[in-house]
Design a protein around this ligand. Structure first.
Ligand code: NG6
Ligand code: CA
Length: 510
């Protein structure tokens, strides 16, 4: 009798230690992943990256508790292509129709493609996207705003979606949750056009007296909440967002998603609207940065990140959650509204030491803040100069969740998991930057393809980097790309031009 119960105890203990070990193993290989993806935040906009005129303590915390990259890139110098690449693992310049999308664009990503959310779903993750989408919605004929809006994120592997369809400055100014506009009154349908006025709503052109911020160029069509937008809309009055509340609304949804999924591995793609235009921060942040509304929007973004971190802490999830912070493209000051971003800059350097900005092939276009933490795995307070692309998150998450990619999947994504975890400093051998033209970074060198065209974006006053002659910069000795040494090193120009040609012709880089 005694013998049997000992035996029972032994097996019970064995079974429980095995199941504990298995559980530990599965949490070690299936940590939650939270990607905080900001809009238009430059390398130098964050205090952890050297900003001294603004404090971003919550974003800094991610860096301090983990690893800060100095040479991490988004795939393109604007939003739609960067997000396309992030989600598909394919360079957007390979795919037609990935330029900045209007708010009534059809879904840009082929639903047959494996996406980063689909990949994680195969590993048992639940994925959610909260925030700015800007990858189109609906079939080729465009989204059915008053019916079921699909295909969209849910057809691409996400289990939950709460999005701004395009951008804050583009109509329709409504939230879409899963397949429907939130709070839509059926008797007041939403109509959207990017060609001609719909309905008889006031516009920025005709009713400037109704505006709380004036456009500097474009952005003069339908007025919603005192802000004139790109595009025309009518109807959907009960569904329209209030710009001042967007950060609060999105953050609440992000927190709910975490709360709802605390029991299972989850991937949250939290794509903040901040700090894109229009910058209309909540009164809690308005006037608080001393740098005008662009700085205030940065404080608001930092708050959003802080709320997410607090939520993870309060649910006891921080230890088992990878948190990444990055941005979709480099910084811009005047992006279409007279919001005093230029006048109130006060010496702040949004691009840090880099040249260019949003829209530019110079490094500030794509070299963005990138911080990652995973307590117990990534050493706190570390930094890495490894060359890294957001395109690599796809293959790296495949590696994290022990999945193999087929050759057709994520063709430009490299497994950089060891680099992301700070176990290796090797990084990518080369990386393609994309703005109006392409550039190739390889080792210390950067080659920019010759291109005719405007030298400066006249409105945003950002150097685009176009030059009919080839450009070559040594990023190691000349991070500001001030000295074009193409004439001095024709052999390096030839080598990099040939490598870029091959990358283009091969249709893939992995
Ligand atoms: C530009 C808009 C700019 C912004 C950008 C997209 C004008 C003059 N400029 O065309 O305001 O909306 O598109 O930004 O309309 S992104 O971050 O979503 O790529
Ligand atoms: Ca952007």
């Amino acid at each position: 009798m005694i013998k049997t119960s000992y035996k029972y105890l032994f097996f019970a203990l064995l079974a429980s230690s095995i199941s504990e070990a298995l559980a530990q193993k599965s949490t070690a290989t299936k940590p939650n992943i939270v990607l905080i993806y900001a809009d238009d935040v430059g390398y130098g906009d964050i205090s952890a990256n050297g900003a001294s005129k603004i404090k971003t303590p919550n974003l800094d915390k991610i860096a301090k508790q983990g690893l800060r990259f100095s040479n991490a890139h988004t795939s393109s110098a604007s939003c739609t292509p960067s997000r396309y690449s992030l989600i598909t693992g394919q360079y957007a310049w390979r795919k037609e129709g990935t330029k900045v999308a209007p708010g009534n664009a059809s879904l840009i990503i082929d639903t047959a493609r494996l996406t980063i959310a689909g990949l994680l779903k195969r590993a048992g993750y639940t994925s959610g996207v909260v925030g700015k989408w800007h990858l189109g919605l609906g079939p080729a004929s465009g989204p059915d705003w008053n019916g079921e809006i699909k295909p969209g994120p849910l057809e691409l592997g996400f289990n939950y979606s709460y999005i701004l369809p395009a951008t804050g400055d583009r109509v329709p100014c409504v939230y879409v949750e899963n397949h429907h506009i939130v709070n839509l009154d059926k008797n007041d349908p939403v109509l959207v056009s990017y060609e001609a006025p719909v309905g008889n709503e006031p516009t920025g052109v005709n009713n400037p007296e109704l505006l709380k911020v004036k456009p500097s160029r474009g952005h003069n069509q339908t007025i919603v909440n005192g802000v004139s937008r790109i595009g025309y809309m009518s109807g959907g009055k009960s569904a329209r967002w209030v710009d001042e509340d967007i950060a609060d609304v999105l953050t609440a949804k992000a927190k709910h998603f975490i709360q709802d999924n605390k029991q299972n591995p989850f991937f949250l793609y939290f794509a903040t609207h901040d700090i894109h235009v229009p910058r209309i921060p909540h009164s809690r942040f308005a006037g608080k940065s001393g740098l005008g509304v662009r700085g205030d929007a940065l404080l608001q973004l930092d708050w959003c990140a802080g709320e997410v971190l607090k939520t993870l802490d309060s649910l006891g999830l921080s230890k088992n959650t990878i948190v990444i912070f990055s941005s979709d493209n480099g910084p811009v000051l005047d992006d279409g509204y007279q919001d005093e971003a230029v006048e109130k800059l006060n010496g702040h350097k949004p691009a840090g030491p880099l040249r260019g900005g949003k829209y530019s092939i110079f490094d500030a276009g794509t070299r963005v803040p990138f911080f990652i933490k995973w307590p117990g795995v990534i050493k706190p307070g570390t930094s890495s100069d490894a060359l890294l692309s957001q395109v690599d998150l796809f293959a790296s998450f495949a590696s994290l969740t022990k999945q193999k990619l087929s050759p057709a999947d994520a063709p430009d994504s490299f497994d950089e998991l060891q680099v992301l975890l700070g176990k290796s400093v090797k990084g990518r051998e080369s990386l393609v930057e994309h703005a109006g033209t392409l550039a190739l970074i390889k080792g210390e060198w950067k080659y920019i393809e010759p291109k005719d065209g405007a030298k400066v974006n006249p409105g945003a006053r950002i150097e685009l980097g176009n030059n009919p002659e080839a450009q070559l910069y040594n990023l190691k000795t000349d991070i500001g790309e001030t000295n074009n040494v193409a004439m001095k090193h024709p052999e390096i120009v030839a080598e990099l031009a040939a490598a870029l040609k091959t990358l283009k012709e091969n249709g893939r880089s992995r």
